[in-house]
Every structure is written in structure tokens, then in C-alpha cells.
Design a protein around this ligand. Structure first.
Ligand SMILES: Cc1cc2nc3c(=O)[nH]c(=O)nc-3n(C[C@H](O)[C@H](O)[C@H](O)COP(=O)(O)O)c2cc1C
Length: 359
């Protein structure tokens, strides 16, 4: 039905979907001219943040929604199903494409490639009612969108992120991840986060690069030289104040299965593309959500004394800010605001390197 070139063009756009730490946990297979198989994977075996693979499953959802939007360029309706019998660690999504007469390109299409993370301070210009309404509708009816906009709310979130970042920076299990995911000295990176998109000034970046060469250095620096302070001010506290709003995406029903986390990924991508279409920027703030998943399922973040207790306390602090109890599910947390676009960004692996079954 569709030419192979058409399917490749769709995948070439779809690969711009976001994934945690730019891991791109997907590979593409063109099975036939109306069937693409997405081979998903996750990074839970080495990445502390990939709790039960959920952030990767959310990335799969973001990819599938991006693919759906991209297919509309060619008048194709793309629908996906999760192939039964695959383990959650390696889900396969079967995407079927069908010509749909009269199908117009999706309005979010222009944002696929311009959507980007902004980790630096944003403008504090408040959202308008019209913007808030668009953002509330963007993820669809299965999700509630909660905004934290006042100075007092942003300060409360800043304190929450400050606490979460302390855990992140003093936890050996998280260090092992941070060491892998930054491409130092780079403005762009195809498979990681380039230094210039991290959100610190060049002097702090040089210091971080040196310190992060060994856990011994990190511990020494943290203990005697207040090593967590500079990165936490630049990466967490100030950006949390410098934005228009923090936004919490809450699923209306408790997520239980892979499908639910994939659906959260569809929702987050719709939210992010809509933010971009409004001329605003977004930064995910997933650490408090992920640490709360650990806390509320009684799982350990770290073998290091005191960390698990801190994580439980932070989960309670997050629930107080959101004014909910410990049973209410959270899917995605981020901050949004206006201002200049970032100068550095993550790129993507080449399409050919993401393809399987190509001879
Ligand atoms: C599920 C998910 C969780 C993420 N969590 C964070 C986060 O906590 N902090 C952050 O700065 N970026 C986070 N990101 C953004 C990714 O690092 C980013 O999308 C990726 O590096 C690609 O960069 P780009 O979005 O600029 O293209 C997250 C993305 C996804 C999809």
C-alpha cells in the first residue's frame, strides 16, 4: 500500500520523540507496506530512574503518538496494538497503516522536530486562560492536568526538587547513571545529553566533569566542599522558580499494566507538543515522580543509609503540594514557560541504526 520510502519518512520523523536521558529505547522493523513493528526495550537493568521500565514505556507511548502524527502527512491513519505474549522488558508494538481519504495533517505535526527540553531558567510570564485551557485538553480525557503557578507554589516545588536532587547527587546508584548519560564538551549529542543542554554554566560543567570521574571524588566533594550546592541551585532550585508553571499529569485510573504507562507517554507527548505549539518550553521533572513510585511501593532506592527514609519523606512532601493522599497516581511532572530556546540539544541516532531486519 504505502511505499517503503513513505514508511521510512514516517519513522524518520517519529524518532524525534523524547525518551528519558535520550536512550531511544526502540528499534523499527518494516514488516510489510502497511505494517511497522516497534521493538521496545527498557533500561531498568542499569538505570535507577527506569523504575520497572515505566519511563521507557512512557517513551514508547511518546514515540507511537509521534508516529501517528507523522503518518498523517501522507494521509495515513496509524493504529497500534501491543503484541500479546511479549515480556514487559521487550514489548513489541504492531502499527498498522491505512489510507484514510480526507485525512488532514495533524495540527501538532510542525512541533515534532522543534519540541526540545529547556533545562535553563524560563520566563515567569503567567499562562493565559486560553493557554491553560489548551494544555488541560491536550492529554485527553483520561488525564487530569494540575498547575502550580503562584510564587508560593513554585517555591514549594523548588524545595521539593532541592530535596530530590540531594538524594540524586549523594546516591551511588544514581551516580552510576549520571556518569553514562552526559556527553561532556558537546553542544549536540545523538545518543546522550550534551553538556550544553544540561543547564549549568561552563565553569560548573568543568567542575562536574572532573568530579564525576570517580565516586570517591564525588563523596569527597560532597562531604567537604558542599559539592551538591552549586548544581542543585543551577539545575533545580532556580529553574523551579523561573518558570510560568509546574504541571502534574495525573491518570484518572491507577496505572497497572504496560498499556497504562504507554498511554501516559502518549499523553505527555501531546502535552509537550502543545506546549511547543504555544511558543513555550518544557522540562520534565521526573525525579520526584520516580522516587515516589519507589517510596509508595516500598522499594529501595539505595543501599546507602538514610536515603530510603529521605525518599519516603519527599513523597509525602510531593503529596502535600498536590493536596492528595498516597494512593493518587502521578504520571508526569514538568515545568513550562516562555523565553529563549536552548542552544544545545540532544539529537537522535541515525534512522539506519534504529532499523532491524534490514539487509
Ligand atoms: C519519560 C521521560 C522522562 C524524562 N525525565 C526527565 C527529567 O527528569 N529531567 C530532564 O531534564 N529531562 C527529562 N526527560 C527529557 C529527556 O532527557 C529528553 O527528552 C531527551 O534527552 C531528548 O532530548 P529532547 O527532548 O530535547 O529532544 C525525560 C523524557 C521522558 C520521555
Amino acid at each position: 500500500m504505502a511505499e517503503r520510502e513513505t514508511l521510512l519518512s514516517i519513522l524518520d520523523l517519529a524518532r524525534w520523540a523524547p525518551s528519558g536521558d535520550n536512550t531511544q529505547p526502540w528499534r523499527f522493523e518494516i514488516v510489510s507496506d502497511d505494517h511497522i513493528a516497534i521493538h521496545g526495550f527498557d533500561t531498568r537493568d542499569w538505570c535507577l530512574y527506569d523504575f520497572d521500565g515505566r519511563p521507557s514505556h512512557m517513551a514508547h507511548g511518546a514515540l507511537l503518538e509521534t508516529l501517528r502524527i507523522a503518518a498523517t502527512v501522507f494521509g495515513l491513519d496509524a493504529r497500534w496494538t501491543i503484541r500479546p505474549g511479549c515480556p514487559d522488558t521487550a514489548p513489541i508494538y504492531d502499527v498498522r497503516l491505512r489510507e484514510e481519504p480526507g485525512l488532514v495533517p495533524d495540527p501538532l505535526l510542525p512541533q515534532i522536530k522543534t519540541r526540545v527540553v529547556q533545562r535553563r531558567p524560563m520566563s515567569t510570564t503567567p499562562l493565559t486562560d486560553a493557554q491553560r485551557a489548551r494544555l488541560t485538553a491536550a492529554p485527553g480525557p483520561d488525564f487530569q492536568v494540575q498547575f502550580f503557578e503562584s510564587a508560593a507554589e513554585r517555591l514549594a516545588v523548588a524545595k521539593l526538587l532541592w530535596g530530590n536532587a540531594h538524594v540524586r547527587l549523594t546516591c551511588p546508584e544514581a551516580y552510576a547513571v549520571h556518569k553514562e548519560i552526559i556527553e561532556w564538551g558537546a553542544r549536540f549529542s545523538k545518543d546522550r545529553i550534551p553538556e550544553q543542554a544540561v543547564g549549568v554554566d561552563p565553569v560548573t560543567a568543568r567542575l562536574m566533569r572532573w568530579v564525576m570521574q570517580s565516586w570517591g571524588r564525588v563523596e569527597f566533594f560532597n562531604r567537604y566542599l558542599f559539592g551538591t550546592i552549586a548544581p542543585r541551585i543551577q539545575l533545580d532550585f532556580l529553574p523551579a522558580l523561573a518558570c510560568a508553571a509546574h504541571v502534574l499529569l495525573r491518570p484518572l485510573k491507577s496505572p497497572r499494566l504496560l498499556d497504562d504507562h504507554v498511554a501516559a507517554g502518549v499523553a505527555l507527548q501531546r502535552l509537550w507538543l502543545t506546549v511547543t505549539s504555544l511558543g513555550l518550553h518544557l522540562q520534565p521533572e521526573m525525579t520526584p515522580v520516580i522516587f515516589r513510585w519507589y517510596a509508595r511501593s516500598g522499594r529501595s532506592v539505595s543501599r546507602r543509609a538514610g536515603i530510603n527514609e529521605a525518599v519516603v519523606q519527599l513523597a509525602g512532601q510531593f503529596e502535600e503540594i498536590a493536596e492528595v493522599d498516597d494512593t493518587v497516581p502521578f504520571a508526569f511532572f514538568c515545568r513550562i514557560g516562555g523565553g529563549a530556546a536552548p542552544t544545545g540539544r540532544s539529537l537522535r541516532k541515525e534512522l539506519i541504526d534504529l532499523m532491524v531486519g534490514v539487509s
